[in-house]
Ligand binder design. Structure first.
Ligand SMILES: [Fe+2]
Length: 216
């Protein structure tokens, strides 16, 4: 299995453990509202329109995410904001020219709300061992996209030669997924890592240790 961020085992820094939630942070209010919608709810029973509405409202009126916006040099960054048994909220930061691999979503739901800049999403389908290109959409700040494996594979990239920042909600959390080679269509399992947790850079911390620190 390919590791996105090779890391060593070890004790997790206490700063990366799940924090106490506070009512004066709009991000904490968002995660509390998402818990109402998602925790203990079967995936097929989730009201996707209500979830998208919560994200759209947050994207339109809040900037409490800025303290978690850490960019990566080599690749786009994945900054953990909140995690529960049933969902995970991440802030992804994209420098100009950075892009994800073509990937699936491990049979989970994924919402993406653009907070700053613009991001381009391209759909792909895997048929007969080949990848077929699908539609391309550009999402500006305030836009919300949704995807799951029954819809398509996709690739996300910064758009318009500028940086982009997006809020990603995965329900349930996605710890592993598949990356697809655009030329051969071959897939490779990848393990999702973190760039930071609540604003603290992860360095070489094992993502599994962080996940354990966030257990309810
Ligand atoms: Fe994705």
């Amino acid at each position: 299995m390919t590791d996105l961020n090779p890391m060593t085992d070890g004790d997790v820094d206490p700063a990366m453990a799940r924090p106490v939630r506070s009512d004066d942070c709009s991000l904490d209010r968002l995660t509390a509202a998402l818990e109402v919608e998602l925790d203990g709810v079967a995936p097929a029973e989730v009201d996707g329109a209500r979830v998208a509405s919560l994200l759209r409202k947050y994207a339109a009126g809040e900037d409490s995410w800025r303290r978690y916006a850490l960019f990566g040099d080599g690749t786009y960054s994945r900054n953990l904001i909140w995690r529960s048994r049933d969902f995970e909220l991440l802030l992804l930061c994209w420098k100009s020219g950075q892009a994800s691999a073509i990937h699936d979503h491990g049979n989970q739901n994924c919402w993406m709300a653009v907070l700053d800049g613009a991001l381009e999403e391209e759909h792909f389908s895997a048929r007969d061992g080949e990848l077929k290109r699908g539609r391309v959409m550009t999402y500006e700040a305030g836009g919300v996209a949704f995807i799951q494996d029954e819809i398509a594979l996709h690739q996300i990239r910064a758009s318009g030669g500028q940086e982009g920042i997006s809020l990603h909600l995965y329900s349930r959390p996605i710890d592993h997924c598949l990356s697809f080679c655009p030329e051969s269509g071959d897939s490779t399992p990848i393990r999702a890592g973190y760039t930071s947790v609540r604003g603290t850079a992860c360095a070489q911390t094992d993502p599994e240790a962080i996940r354990r620190a966030w257990v309810d």
